[in-house]
Design a protein around this ligand. Structure first.
Ligand SMILES: Nc1nc2c(ncn2[C@@H]2O[C@H](COP(=O)(O)OP(=O)(O)OP(=O)(O)O)[C@@H](O)[C@H]2O)c(=O)[nH]1
Length: 487
């Protein structure tokens, strides 16, 4: 059974297992039939991806049920007497080759985080290439294809190989990404996509989809204008590549699916000959591979950027990004002359929560604290986790200094309210130190030092309070007392 607890979403009894698989195959079959270029063909391709997903997610115990499901779904689709036309050989080939491919991918998948790395994507594309080649070659030994003349074998091989390759590359990652999003989020797994990259935005999505639509619609032009399917195929890869590189696997897949759907529908409308169908299969396979590899390369880069700049537990800026932001805001403040404040926040009584409810509950509390901090300030303010139970907030562009008191007291009030952690209640408070530019310091080091000092003063005065560096009673400089006594 899966090490990550994925069994929680999988049916356990043989009957529900078979029923769930039957439903999945039937839905894939019907969905594929909408885009069918040749009768009963594209459904086979989609079930190649599905069979691999079954082996990968469910393991070998699910493969007999998958075999039965394919047979029943195909039987329902074929006219003629019951049990007469069942393609046992085809179903067996699918389950053995693609279910087996899933089993080979299973160990890697179980260790995979919620995203697909470039190494995983590359491994998957190469394995899919090998599996589809073996499967297509095996077909040539199965009746009725074993009786074909040698001159037709190449086209039959290409037809099976291209279709299965497209089905596998389009179907499987979509299932796996959907599964990961659905399951690994709800299983309480660590989210690794909380902060958003600068390129992520509605406008760039709309642009990418618009480009994909525009390029794909070229396939509706008369063949004299587009010259050849192959040239068109290369053209449609462009928006897929761009979407993957700019926005990652999910957007790459969305654009690839859109492009492929338009290509298939156009193929149907134009009544493509068999040659065109073969070209189309290659376009689909290449679109999916492009989306997968370019998207995974983007996601790897994005992940590195997140790791370097954000705290993965809370999604807040980390110490490194906090330092950068502070320097940036100080330069801005020096130009505009508008004061800015730095708040240092240390939780009170956090260790007791860890001790009483456990480290995991402590983590959940930190996540909720992050949410409350964010909710108390503006979008443009920086909230950072500096480590442990220590946070900092940069408040630029202060119209008046009293704002720091207002925000500080709101924070104290919000953090005092009880936290619900999986049914348990936890109580904490916070000690907050404030330093203001330019009054309490002009450089990042001075401001950090003074905000930290004010925070310790808040702790010293009894916790659950706000202390301003400017209002801390400064001890007289060493030697001042003796000088006074000697005077
Ligand atoms: N759950 C969890 N605990 C952490 C993490 N990082 C640090 N800690 C714990 O946080 C605690 C911080 O210690 P303290 O600052 O002394 O805790 P406190 O009870 O708030 O004490 P005061 O600051 O003196 O009020 C330690 O027990 C650390 O082990 C983390 O990422 N997750």
């Amino acid at each position: 059974m899966s090490q990550d607890g994925s069994h929680r979403l999988l049916p356990r009894s043989p009957l529900t297992k078979a029923a769930a698989l039957f439903l999945c195959y039937w839905l894939a079959w019907k969905a594929a039939a909408v885009f069918e270029v040749q009768p009963h063909v594209s459904a086979l391709y989609l079930s190649a991806g599905l069979s691999t997903a079954v082996g990968m997610i469910g393991g070998w115990r699910y493969l007999p049920a998958a075999f039965l499901a394919i047979c029943v779904v195909r039987q329902l689709d074929m006219p003629g007497p019951l049990l007469d036309d069942i393609d046992w050989g085809g179903a067996l080939r699918q389950v053995l080759v693609y279910g087996g491919t899933g089993l080979l991918l299973r160990r890697r998948w179980l260790a995979m985080p919620a995203r697909l790395t470039l190494a995983d994507a590359l491994h998957f594309v190469l394995l899919a290439f090998a599996a589809t080649s073996v499967s297509a070659a095996a077909t040539l030994f199965i009746p009725p294809f074993d009786r074909l003349p040698a001159s037709e074998l190449g086209a039959v091989f290409l037809s099976f190989w291209g279709g299965d390759f497209a089905g596998l590359l389009l179907g499987l990652p979509a299932i796996v990404l959907g599964w990961n999003r659905l399951h690994r989020r709800t299983a309480g797994g660590r989210r690794d996509d909380t902060p958003t990259a600068p390129l992520h935005g509605i406008r760039s999505s709309a642009g990418l989809i618009g480009l994909a639509l525009g390029v794909s619609l070229l396939s509706l032009l008369p063949p004299q204008l587009t010259q050849s399917e192959a040239k068109l195929g290369i053209l449609v890869l462009f928006p897929v590549l761009l979407a993957g590189l700019m926005r990652g696997v999910l957007m790459g897949y969305l654009v690839a699916t859109l492009v492929c759907a338009i290509q298939i529908l156009a193929g149907r409308l134009l009544g493509l000959p068999v040659d065109g169908v073969l070209d189309l299969q290659l376009v689909l396979a290449m679109s999916a591979a492009t989306a997968l590899l370019a998207g995974a390369a983007h996601d790897d880069k994005h992940f590195e950027w997140q790791h370097a700049n954000f705290d993965l537990l809370t999604g807040l800026a980390n110490r490194h990004r906090f330092q950068d932001q502070l320097e940036h805001e100080l330069q801005r403040a020096a130009r505009s002359g508008q004061p800015m404040a730095l708040m240092y926040i240390d939780l009170d009584g956090f260790k007791a929560v860890n001790d009483r409810l456990g480290h995991h509950a402590g983590d959940m509390l930190l996540q909720q604290v992050a949410g409350r901090l964010r909710a108390c300030v503006r979008e443009t303010d920086t909230v950072a986790r500096l480590g442990g139970d220590e946070f900092a907030i940069i408040l630029p562009d202060l119209k008046e200094l009293s704002i720091t008191d207002r925000i500080g007291h709101t924070l104290l009030e919000r953090l005092q309210q009880p936290f619900d952690i999986d049914g348990d209640t936890a109580h904490i408070s916070a000690s907050i130190g404030v330093a203001v530019w330019p009054r309490d310091g002009r450089t990042p080091t001075e401001l950090i030092h003074h905000a930290d000092r004010a925070m310790y003063e808040a702790k010293r005065l009894g916790r659950n309070r706000l202390a301003h560096h400017a209002r801390i009673a400064t001890p007289p400089p060493a030697g001042a007392a003796t000088q006074a006594a000697g005077a």
